[in-house]
Design a protein around this ligand. Structure first.
Ligand SMILES: NC(=O)c1ccc[n+]([C@@H]2O[C@H](COP(=O)([O-])OP(=O)(O)OC[C@H]3O[C@@H](n4cnc5c(N)ncnc54)[C@H](OP(=O)(O)O)[C@@H]3O)[C@@H](O)[C@H]2O)c1
Length: 340
């Protein structure tokens, strides 16, 4: 089958950094696995972080990519929720081969039914970012998905990116929060408003000062989607007593957790691969949440986050998207669809 893979970890300008390859199609699915024929994929910063230059080499092509939409073509003996022909979308498991290939094995418990109102490309934009945003808001920070926290304030740092685009909608449309988004350019300011942000401030300035300028010096929740170290002290200043901060971005230096003590403020990590990586007893929650997001899209409560689609799925097009994501200027999601 066709795939895009790597043998060496090289700068993205190097044509060898991602290559068109032919690899074996996965064997018949076992256990809870589905075999999915992939129609569209999207790219996330995790791909560029894993591909980042290092000495390591691979003897067989390593396939990246953790976001896909496609059709089930075979099911393992223990599969309960899907059948051949179902259209599905999922992020997958970072400990297994990725989705930049014509076929992929994936555990049904982390797979959702695709929104019926979206095509494969639009659907592929959503899974990884939706899982991350949903888990951060509702599982880690414990915000009510039934609207019981309506009217509380949430600051989303880096809101125009892939995760921020869906997090803003989940917070606004499902949790009914007052959402303050950060964006630093006219295009990203416009985009976060389209996604539903109530107010916008600029993350190139000190965020606590920006919040004071809009008469909201403290917020109940903060979702940090970028540069945790850079924004740490501003977040500690801006979080309300007994508030909750969740970050999805690893720190470069240790941060001072002590800054949160006098406020009894909480800090959580969100890592969307945790459930699959550790095969947690509740890993089927990812199937449930992806199905809820699909319903939200089909009911018109949520909107898609795809900004651009390139065709076909190829090393050349993937290198373009990796380079764009590495620039730090992404808006919404870029997707690749179809095989040549
Ligand atoms: N833990 C997890 O499970 C998980 C899951 C998904 C993603 N992540 C991580 O989360 C981060 C965001 O992912 P993403 O897919 O949303 O990325 P993305 O789409 O590439 O984010 C791009 C956005 O980041 C904003 N930005 C750039 N520099 C910033 C800064 N210094 N402070 C605040 N915002 C800034 C930009 O806004 P402007 O152009 O307006 O400046 C841009 O719109 C990445 O580091 C990714 O690896 C973690």
């Amino acid at each position: 089958m066709k795939a895009v893979g790597l043998y060496q970890y090289l700068p993205i300008e190097n044509e060898q950094s991602l290559l068109d390859v032919i690899i074996d199609k996965p064997e018949a699915p076992q256990g809870h696995d589905l075999l999915v024929e992939i129609k569209a994929i999207s790219v996330n910063p995790v791909d560029t972080k894993i591909r980042a230059p290092k000495e390591q080499t691979e003897t067989a092509p390593r396939v990246l990519g953790w976001d896909a939409a496609g059709e089930v073509v075979a099911t393992g003996p223990d599969v309960e929720h899907y059948k051949v022909g179902d259209r599905v979308y999922y992020a997958g498991d970072i400990t297994r081969a990725g989705s930049n290939s014509e076929f992929q094995l994936v555990d049904e418990r982390i797979v959702g039914k695709m929104p019926s109102s979206l095509d494969f490309a639009q659907a592929a934009a959503l899974p990884l970012t939706s899982i991350t945003a949903w888990e951060a808001l509702f599982d880690r920070m414990g915000i009510s998905a039934e609207g019981l926290d309506a009217g509380k304030s949430l600051l989303i740092i880096g809101a125009a990116g892939g995760v921020g685009s869906i997090a803003t909608q989940l917070a606004k449309q499902i949790a009914k929060l007052n959402v303050i988004a950060t964006a630093s350019r006219p295009d990203t300011v416009d985009w976060v408003k389209t996604m539903g942000a109530d107010q916008v401030i600029n993350h190139r300035n000190a965020i606590d000062e920006e919040l004071k300028a809009i008469n909201t010096p403290q917020v109940d929740y903060i979702l940090c989607l970028n540069a945790t170290d850079q924004h740490w002290s501003a977040m500690a200043n801006a979080i309300a007593p007994q508030g909750h901060i969740c970050s999805i971005v690893e720190t470069e230096q240790p941060v001072n957790l002590g800054l949160l003590k006098s406020k009894s403020a909480s800090f959580s990590w969100e890592f969307m691969f945790t459930r699959a990586m550790f095969q947690t007893a509740d890993m089927i929650e990812q199937q449930t949440l992806l199905n809820k997001v699909a319903d939200g899209i089909d009911l018109g409560i949520l909107q898609g986050t795809m900004k651009e689609v390139l065709m076909p799925i190829s090393a050349e097009n993937l290198r373009k998207i990796h380079a764009f994501l590495e620039s730090g200027h992404a808006i919404g999601k870029v997707v690749l669809a179809g095989w040549d």
